[in-house]
Design a protein around this ligand. Structure first.
Ligand code: NAG
Ligand code: NAG
Ligand code: NAG
Ligand code: NAG
Ligand code: NAG
Ligand code: NAG
Ligand code: CU
Ligand code: ZN
Length: 205
């Protein structure tokens, strides 16, 4: 079911011919090649927010996990999530919650994700600060990281609250890769193309 959903999402993202940008990250357990999820980023145009959807599996039930874009891409098959460097922070601000404005969070601060009763996280959020078009705020070729603990949003009063939200070790991560360059292809069957576009618009209104 999850696999099917991810396949449909990827299929529809690949098929769409309009000038949207899409990026994907395959999530692996820290320092292993065990795959536990996929995160997709989609931005319709330069003035749209970024939709983030995905699934991460294999977590403990009902746990809260900090979720951030970190600065560096893991290169050459590196699996160590710590090698992704600090939170993506191009404006040298303090750490904050996802709801904060550009001056009061890192660009990479995406808040918490909560695993359900089955240890699964279904990701579905929209953010106007991460970007795929704006080079300064672009999350492409960076690494999305899931932490062991909740992100305190900078308010916990711990020594690392202002830098990491005291979210603890990095338990999983994946490099964010741009999946489709701006394009406007007419090569697909119009019928399939329209069908997928309609499906896609329902997912990303
Ligand atoms: C991706 O980022 C890494 C370091 O974070 C850098 O070495 C590499 O050149 C970048 N690749 C591209 C295609 O920008
Ligand atoms: C992971 O990377 C960090 C930072 O580069 C390094 O300090 C640490 O030793 C690495 N861990 C392993 C297990 O290689
Ligand atoms: C998590 O919840 C599921 C279903 O409710 C249950 O089968 C499983 O044993 C629980 N796992 C833990 C570690 O509590
Ligand atoms: C990128 O975003 C920043 C912050 O919103 C803005 O100041 C800058 O003009 C944008 N760059 C481009 C090329 O749009
Ligand atoms: C994350 O969740 C915790 C509760 O588990 C909450 O206290 C904290 O403010 C949340 N952090 C963010 C950044 O929203
Ligand atoms: C975090 O930064 C704010 C603003 O500079 C400061 O008031 C607060 O004491 C800092 N928190 C910690 C735990 O250092
Ligand atoms: Cu992080
Ligand atoms: Zn941060």
């Amino acid at each position: 079911m999850k696999f099917l959903l991810v396949c449909i999402l990827i299929f529809s993202l690949v098929q769409i011919g309009h000038s949207a940008l899409t990026a994907t990250a395959n999530i692996h357990v820290d320092s292993t090649s065990v795959a536990i999820g996929t995160v997709l980023f989609h931005q319709r145009d330069a003035n749209s927010p970024v939709r983030v959807v995905g699934i991460i599996d294999g977590l403990k039930n009902n746990t809260v996990h900090g979720f951030h874009v970190h600065r560096d891409a893991l290169m050459n098959g590196e699996l160590n999530c710590t090698a992704a460097g600090p939170h993506f922070n191009p404006y040298s601000t303090l750490h904050g919650p996802r709801e904060a404005d550009l001056g009061h969070r890192h660009v990479g601060d995406l808040g918490n994700l909560t695993a359900n009763d089955n240890g699964i996280i279904i990701i579905e959020l929209t953010d106007s600060i991460i970007d795929l078009y704006n080079a300064t705020r672009s999350v492409a070729n960076r690494t999305i990281v899931l932490h062991a603990m909740r992100d305190d949003g900078g308010k916990g009063g711990f020594p690392d609250s202002n830098t990491t939200g005291d979210a603890g070790p990095r338990i999983a991560c994946g490099v964010i890769s741009l999946a489709m360059i701006e394009s406007d292809t007419n090569s697909q069957s119009p019928k399939i193309s329209t069908m997928v576009t309609d499906f896609f618009r329902k997912l990303f209104p």
